[in-house]
Design a protein around this ligand. Structure first.
Ligand code: PA5
Length: 462
């Protein structure tokens, strides 16, 4: 079980034409990193994500629910958005066999399907409810704040549908609320109605919560090895106690992206796994990196890299042209999967046709791996910054390790950029305007600001 990080292709010397992070910049950043590291780890009491992987009581709270409902449900429907949905989706995609929800109960080992409603598009919600047998469905309502508008709307609709399907009282046995231990509307509903609830620790925020019951409960329900997931994360957390940049993998990732942005004009930062199973991990990373780092500093400067998801080899036929020849404003971090070279043998047919003949005898695993290395090499040859994170295999241990790596890197990057990685004040105004238009009490000031906005100018509309 191992995770490695090769960043030669970010560095001057490897990259041509004098481009790349210089050794002096790297060594200079080591001191800055030591301060960032100290600041993050000094806040271990506040930053609950640092200890999620070793919080046995919290793990047990999810396992107890999973044990209690075992065999009773064919489907789990998770309601949530942002950090309350992207982690569970990434876990399902990475760690369940492909097309999980299409498999038979036997193929799923008796575990339920998992559906995640991470939006309020009526078409999707309607179609999902139309397909589900609610009498055999467990609904997880996941919201740290316990009041997010989209999740509350999903909840109201699904609760009504449940009540109609199974009756008002029995519906409560189909609900588990995953929320803050004390505050918020969901907690109030749990307390007042005696609906089962599981705590998200108060010091764990949405996008850092995948290893809390937000991700662990749905993962346990669908049979993912959650202990291995947490063990991978614990391994990375333990290694990250080292303040030496040369030995701190999350630190190295954060420092390189920060240097690439601030010193080399590369604020667009692509995460490109070469495995379909990791496609949604890239989307999870995008939220983590964007919502944590896109901020105004206390000095009033807007900062933050722009993360971009990609998938190899698929995006070699889409975005890679841009990465190779477009503006020199990007870094690409590949995730390579070792140990699958011989999977999917390609049969030797059409040996006399040059476009096909050379493929026979190779394997799909070999092809995708070679394509990743070829793309990395091609980018480097043209002076394009890139690095490769390599994992032995896509399993729970390595996924936990990767997720904790990115969470730690985000916390360090927050310090390097001089911003609070754990809040999201920029989403507030839009929320307030929406509340105002929906007539929520207390949003009168937002209504006044909304009404005072310039009206659409007919000259600038078609
Ligand atoms: O990372 C965050 O804090 C946000 O993206 C939240 O996850 C998102 O807004 C949903 O919030 P909540 O879990 O409170 O419903």
């Amino acid at each position: 079980m191992a995770l490695s990080f090769d960043f030669s292709n970010m560095m001057a010397g490897t990259l041509p034409h004098g481009t790349g992070v210089t050794e002096a910049q790297w060594l200079g950043a080591a001191e800055r990193f030591a301060a960032a590291h100290a600041a993050v780890h000094a806040r271990a009491g506040d930053l609950g994500f640092l200890t999620l992987a070793t919080n046995d009581a919290l793990l047990e709270s999810s396992l107890a629910v999973a044990a209690k409902v075992k065999g009773k449900f064919d489907d789990v429907l998770l309601l949530g958005i942002g950090g309350s949905a992207l982690g569970p989706i990434a876990l399902r995609t990475a760690l369940c066999p492909p097309r999980w929800n299409e498999l038979t109960p036997e193929q799923r080992g008796g575990h339920p399907r998992l559906h995640v409603l991470d939006n309020v598009d009526p078409a999707t919600i309607g179609a999902t409810l139309a397909r589900l047998d609610l009498s055999r469905t467990l609904v997880l309502v996941v919201s740290k704040s316990g009041g997010t508008v989209e999740t509350m709307a999903q909840y109201l609709i699904v609760r009504e549908a449940l009540a109609q399907a199974v009756g008002e009282q029995p519906a409560k046995q189909h609900l588990v609320l995953v929320t803050d231990p004390k505050v918020g509307a969901l907690r109030r509903i749990a307390n007042e109605e005696g609906i089962p609830a599981v705590d998200i620790p108060a010091n764990v925020g949405g996008r850092f919560s995948v290893l809390s019951p937000v991700g662990i409960l749905p993962a346990a329900l669908i049979g993912i090895d959650v202990r291995a997931l947490l063990a991978g994360a614990a391994h990375v957390t333990a290694q990250a106690q080292d303040a030496d940049l040369a030995r701190n993998l999350p630190g190295a990732f954060a420092v390189l992206q920060w240097l690439a942005d601030r010193e080399h004009g590369r604020p667009i930062q692509v995460l490109m796994p070469y495995a379909d199973a990791l496609r949604d991990l890239a989307l999870w990373f995008v939220q983590l990196w964007a919502e944590s780092l896109g901020k105004i500093t206390p000095q009033g400067t807007s900062v933050g890299p722009t993360p971009l998801p990609a998938l190899g080899a698929t995006d070699q036929h889409s975005q890679v042209q841009l990465f190779m020849e477009g503006p020199q404003d990007k870094t690409v971090t590949f995730i390579a999967v070792k140990g699958r070279e011989h999977e999917g043998r390609i049969p030797p047919r059409h040996g006399d046709i040059p476009e096909l003949g050379y493929l026979g005898g190779h394997s799909l695993g070999e092809l995708i791996d070679i394509e990743q290395r070829a793309t990395a090499g091609a980018l480097a040859a043209r002076g394009r910054f890139n690095a490769t994170l390599a994992i032995d295999t896509v399993d729970a241990w390595h996924l936990g390790a990767l997720m904790q790596l990115f969470a730690l890197a985000t916390a360090y990057a927050g310090e390097l950029y001089g911003v609070n990685a754990f809040d999201q004040p920029g989403v507030e105004l839009g929320k307030q305007f929406a509340y105002a238009m929906l007539g929520r009490t207390g949003s009168e000031q937002a209504r006044a600001e909304w009404d005072a906005l310039p009206k659409p100018d007919p000259r600038w509309a078609l």
